[in-house]
Design a protein around this ligand. Structure first.
Ligand SMILES: Nc1ncnc2c1ncn2[C@@H]1O[C@H](COP(=O)(O)OP(=O)(O)O)[C@@H](O)[C@H]1O
Ligand SMILES: [Mg+2]
Length: 253
């Protein structure tokens, strides 16, 4: 459903992406791993149409629809995709949430942006999604300013998934959270993604997160893909020296 060829991107003199190819199938979770600065976030933003690549193309195929080049789409079409069929989960939920709007409002707002109009149904869906992400429905009218980091991330996930997107981009969704909070969140993401059959491009520097969530993995080093394949295969039997280093540094800790 998503396919990229020959992606290049530069920040001034820094090459953030070079000759990157990516393929994503419907319902598949693909992990993008690599150390900090390897180009993971840049790749995610280019795939999602947020950053225009200096080289290469990204194509998206709607179910039974034609293939469209993401960076050649008219802006209204790209916006429509982002409002409903696509989702983007930021590492910092505060970037996606509106902190001065209630928890229910944060979820309902995305439904309204996708075209929902009936207040009662929007509120009922928001309540259902708060429950899905294990936020007490009694908190529906509370502002997220009073929420813990884990709750904020779960709220962002509710807001993203309420439109039942087919494709979700996630940038280190469990980064910056306590380990125990991470485990619960990972479990939740895994359950929801499987149940809804969502395709995910998941950026993480944590190989354990990739192992838990993703069937396939792409390993990046200095803006290039150095290895890709089935997650278990790549992590159990890494071929590229850089992947071997990543795997052994995890084993050593
Ligand atoms: N806004 C920016 N301006 C200049 N350089 C940037 C910017 N964002 C990222 N970079 C650089 O691009 C490279 C890739 O960064 P990034 O995609 O954020 O990597 P990752 O997500 O893997 O940590 C790094 O060298 C980083 O310093
Ligand atoms: Mg990053």
């Amino acid at each position: 459903m998503l396919s990229a060829r020959g992606l290049g991107f530069r920040f001034g003199s820094i090459t953030a992406l070079e000759a990157v190819d990516v393929d994503l199938w419907p319902g598949e979770v693909l992990a993008v791993v690599g150390e900090s600065g390897s180009g993971k976030t840049t790749l995610l933003h280019v795939l999602a149409g947020r950053l225009r690549p200096d080289a290469g193309q990204v194509w998206y195929r709607e179910p039974d629809g034609p293939r469209t080049e993401v960076h050649a789409m008219p802006l209204p079409l790209l916006r429509r995709l982002h409002r409903s069929d696509w989702g983007f989960v930021e590492q910092d939920p505060r970037q996606a949430l509106r902190m001065d709007v209630s928890a229910g409002g944060n979820v309902g707002e995305r439904l309204m942006a996708a075209g929902a109009r009936h207040y009662g149904r929007i509120r009922a869906e928001a309540a259902r999604w708060l429950a899905e992400v294990e936020i007490d429905v009694a908190r529906i009218d509370d502002r997220p300013t009073t929420f813990s980091g884990g709750m904020l991330q779960r709220l962002q996930i509710a807001r993203t998934l309420v439109t039942e997107p087919r494709l979700v981009f996630m940038d280190e969704p469990t980064g910056g959270l306590d380990v125990s909070v991470q485990a619960r969140l990972l479990d939740l993401i895994r359950t929801l993604v499987r149940r809804l059959g969502i395709a995910v491009v998941l950026v993480t520097h944590d190989l354990a997160v990739a192992r838990l969530l993703a069937a396939r993995i792409v390993v990046m080093q200095r803006g290039r893909v150095v290895e890709d394949g089935l997650t278990d295969q790549v992590l159990d039997d890494p071929r590229h020296p850089y992947t071997q280093l990543l795997v052994s540094s995890v084993l050593a800790t």
